[in-house]
Design a protein around this ligand. Structure first.
Ligand code: ADP
Ligand code: MG
Length: 221
């Protein structure tokens, strides 16, 4: 589903390049769920951006659904992203001028992968069926993040990349969102790569890896 081989990434700084990732190898198979942990600033978001093809590594190879990202131009990369990927961030990034229903289907429409039955199912499972005519500002934080998760899953992606999806929620709302996320992932057979700094959040996932000094270590390695 996703394979990173010897991926290195640095950012230029006035003091010279800052190496964030230094020879990272990672493999995620179909339907697998993986927690990516590491201290703040360890490069977790950088890794997710590279996996999504939103940025390019200095060195190394990234395969998404069998396609080499480096071999694709931006048009084909963004098409691949639309077909294969769902993205969820700490900030919900909802469109304020669109209703709940329109936010939910926005990306699926762009990908020409709309599925009305799946959309209705998602609305019900997310507890948003009675709120589909509302606007994001009329929702609680937990409801907004559930909507963002629904939007990411509306086009039935093969892989969901989630960057601290519960980072902006209180503990009760976070638990709620996580339970729902896992149930929907299991239902749709979608693989999950989730950044978190909470061991409690990571525990139910299939596997957990730690990013430290630019390298990845398996939890049980
Ligand atoms: P994490 O998500 O684990 O907190 P990030 O991937 O966001 O870590 O950042 C890793 C390091 O790279 C940090 O030191 C951060 O300041 C730096 N960094 C991230 N993005 C940029 C950028 N666009 N330009 C320069 N430095 C960056
Ligand atoms: Mg981050």
């Amino acid at each position: 589903m996703l394979q990173l081989t010897d991926v290195t990434k640095s950012y230029p700084t006035p003091q010279g390049p800052l190496y964030v990732l230094d020879g990272v190898d990672l493999r995620l198979t179909r339907g697998e769920s993986l927690a990516l942990m590491g201290e703040s600033g360890s490069g977790k978001s950088t890794l997710l951006h590279l996996a999504a093809g939103l940025d390019v590594p200095d060195r190394g190879e990234i395969l998404l659904g069998g396609e080499r990202l480096s071999a694709l131009d931006e048009t084909r990369r963004s098409a691949l992203r639309r077909q294969r990927l769902g993205l969820v961030f700490q900030q919900f990034h909802l469109v304020p001028s669109l209703s709940v229903a329109d936010n939910l289907t926005l990306q699926a429409r762009l990908a020409k992968r709309e599925d009305p039955a799946w959309t209705q199912h998602l609305l019900a499972r997310l507890g948003l069926a009675d709120l589909e005519g509302r606007y994001p500002e009329q929702l609680s934080g937990g409801q907004q993040q559930r909507l963002a998760i629904g939007r990411a899953l509306a086009a039935r992606p093969d892989l969901l990349l989630a960057d601290e999806p519960t980072g902006n929620l209180d503990e009760a709302a976070a638990d709620d969102v996580l339970a729902l996320l896992q149930a929907l992932i299991a239902e749709s057979g979608c693989a999950l790569l989730m950044v978190t700094h909470s061991a409690r959040v990571a525990a139910p996932l299939d596997r957990c890896v730690h990013l430290q000094r630019g390298r990845l270590a398996d939890d049980d390695a």
